[in-house]
Design a protein around this ligand. Structure first.
Ligand SMILES: O=c1[nH]cnc2c1ncn2[C@@H]1O[C@H](CO)[C@@H](O)[C@H]1O
Length: 530
């Protein structure tokens, strides 16, 4: 028996030693007793809901489990107390989101319908069977070109003819569902649904085919100045409503111009930045009026280009980025290349231009950090995976996704030592089929090996995962170890590893700590033993 008790003692000490290195417990000493109490409450609710909410069969969701496929499980997630509580959590900063995929598609459609001049056309005849793959094209036309054609679904519709969006909707065939069917069709072309992610396009390569068409379709609505203005406003408002207090949004600058309200393609990048800044200031003012000035620290832009550009084209964009940085130093936070890493050009393809960009910054006394997408892949040793080497060698400030990073011991060490944070996008990774569910996601490996991590939503409009609550939810329910303190650590990292200047960062962290204490207090008061 002495041997067994000895064994238990050794076992306990091994578990303690292991846990103490895990992110959840690393700062155990600095957690308040209130936070420990709130943490216990959250764990109890999670355990209870795992046995109740997540074991019940639902008519259309036969085998639910915590951390399951988001698009299938979303309706259950929204019923949980854990979700309700996390929706009140202060989230810190949102460091990885593609601006053109951040506002509810329903809202975007409402904006488009209110805007005179927006037209739609088709390149193939519409039928019940091809609704989901028949992609519409949108354009704002100059007034003299407004169309009198009434319907795009009528058999007499002549392909490629513009129809005003309002007419196309009002006269949408009853057989295809009338106005409701019209909205459903358009929303379907700009989002991913469960049968697409988990059926038709159930691999990373296949889902990118669908994902690509989503951007192809929505881009034409997004790149219209009067819509862009209201889109940016809604982006800020909805992020703030979810407890996000600062954002670094990736804007894809690949198109050199967007359309103006006059239907001309004449709005340059400079104006995009001016709009972003103006709306940001208006939102700041709006928040101050509501005595919530601290809830919105501000926003910056990560200048992004699609990685299909030729090296010569990239040079143009890099110079454009430098020009904009000089004029709006406080707005331009960094530079990135976007698009499918498995399909388009790897970083090494642009090494010469990217190194030259660093030289140019020295010449101009500027600092535009790289904040590269890298390793958004399940591949091991592929080009997308090898982007991690180049991202780190080129001095990336953070890594977007870094999904394959945990397999590279040297790179994990580099990230830890150099303080390179990883922007982890759990729901995006699952819907884009890198992982089949959250319990299989490598996030805990990164966190527990000491890599800083900021949780991010990537393309919430496409995934229907607005804000950050859904991503925090998926992380929280996918592990027995992860508790409130890990969630807090992720939120703090998002501020700590942002590009905010020292003083702004301190303010943001100070505000966060105040909001975090209020959140902890709320959990204890609302859900603690009464
Ligand atoms: O998860 C992602 N990885 C890489 N590129 C992405 C991801 N999500 C969106 N984009 C890219 O960003 C641009 C729109 O701003 C699109 O080119 C889209 O492909």
């Amino acid at each position: 028996m002495a041997a067994l008790s000895e064994y238990h003692a050794q076992r306990n000490s091994l578990i303690d030693a292991d846990l103490s290195l895990r992110r959840e417990y690393r700062n155990l000493h600095s957690r308040s007793s209130k936070e420990l109490e709130a943490d216990k409450i959250m764990r109890d609710i999670r355990a209870l809901e795992a046995k109740t909410v997540w074991t019940a069969d639902y008519p259309s969701i036969p085998h639910p489990f915590p951390g399951m496929e988001f698009l299938t499980g979303k309706s259950i997630i929204m019923k949980t107390k854990v979700f309700e509580i996390l929706s009140k959590m202060p989230k810190g900063a949102l460091l990885h989101a593609h601006l053109d995929a951040t506002v509810d598609i329903d809202f975007l459609l409402q904006l488009a319908l209110k805007q005179p001049g927006i037209h739609i056309r088709l390149h193939k005849p519409l039928s019940k069977s091809n609704l989901s793959t028949n992609l519409p094209e949108f354009r704002i036309l100059p007034q003299e070109q407004y169309s009198q054609v009434k319907s795009i679904s009528d058999p007499t519709y002549s392909l490629q003819t513009w129809v005003s969006l309002v007419n196309a909707r009002n006269f949408f065939s009853q057989e295809l569902g009338g106005m409701e069917g019209f909205d459903k069709w358009l929303i379907g072309t700009m989002t991913i649904n469960p049968s697409e992610a988990y059926g038709t396009y159930n691999t990373l390569a296949k889902i990118w085919d669908k994902f690509g068409t989503v951007f192809q379709t929505s881009t034409n609505l997004f790149h219209i100045e009067p819509i862009f203005v209201e889109y940016v406003r809604q982006f800020f408002r909805s992020m703030i409503a979810d407890g996000i207090s600062y954002v670094e949004a990736r804007i894809n600058f690949t198109p050199k111009l967007m359309y103006g309200a006059d239907g001309q393609l004449n709005v340059p990048h400079r104006t995009w930045l001016q709009i972003f800044e103006r709306v940001m200031n208006e939102i700041r003012e709006e928040m101050k009026q509501q005595s919530r000035g601290d809830d919105f620290i501000g926003a910056r832009i990560i200048y992004s280009v699609v990685r299909s550009a030729t090296p010569e084209e990239l040079v143009w964009y890099l110079e454009d980025c430098i020009t904009l940085k000089k004029e709006y130093p406080h707005l331009v936070a960094g530079f990135d290349l976007v698009g499918p890493e498995n399909v388009l050009n790897p970083l090494i393809y642009y090494a010469e231009q990217l190194l030259r960009f660093q030289e140019r910054q020295k010449e101009e006394s500027l600092d535009i950090p790289f904040i590269f997408h890298a390793g958004e892949t399940t591949g091991d040793g592929t080009e997308a995976d090898s982007n991690l080497y180049d991202a780190i060698l080129l001095g990336t400030k953070r890594i977007g996704h870094g999904y394959s990073l945990h397999r590279h011991p040297k790179l994990v060490e580099e990230c830890r030592q150099k303080g390179i944070a990883v922007e982890v996008c759990p729901i995006s990774n699952e819907i884009l089929r890198l992982t089949s569910s959250m319990p299989m996601h490598p996030l805990p490996a990164l966190l527990n090996y000491g890599v800083p991590v900021a949780l991010c939503s990537d393309d919430p409009a496409v995934f229907g995962s607005m804000g950050l609550t859904y991503d925090f939810f998926q992380v929280f329910v996918a592990s027995e170890i992860t508790g409130l303190s890990t969630l807090g650590a992720l939120a703090r990292d998002s501020i700590e590893f942002s590009t905010l200047e020292k003083a702004e960062k301190e303010r943001a962290l100070g505000v966060f700590e105040r909001r975090w204490s209020e959140f902890v207090e709320y959990i204890v008061v609302e859900y603690g033993a009464k």
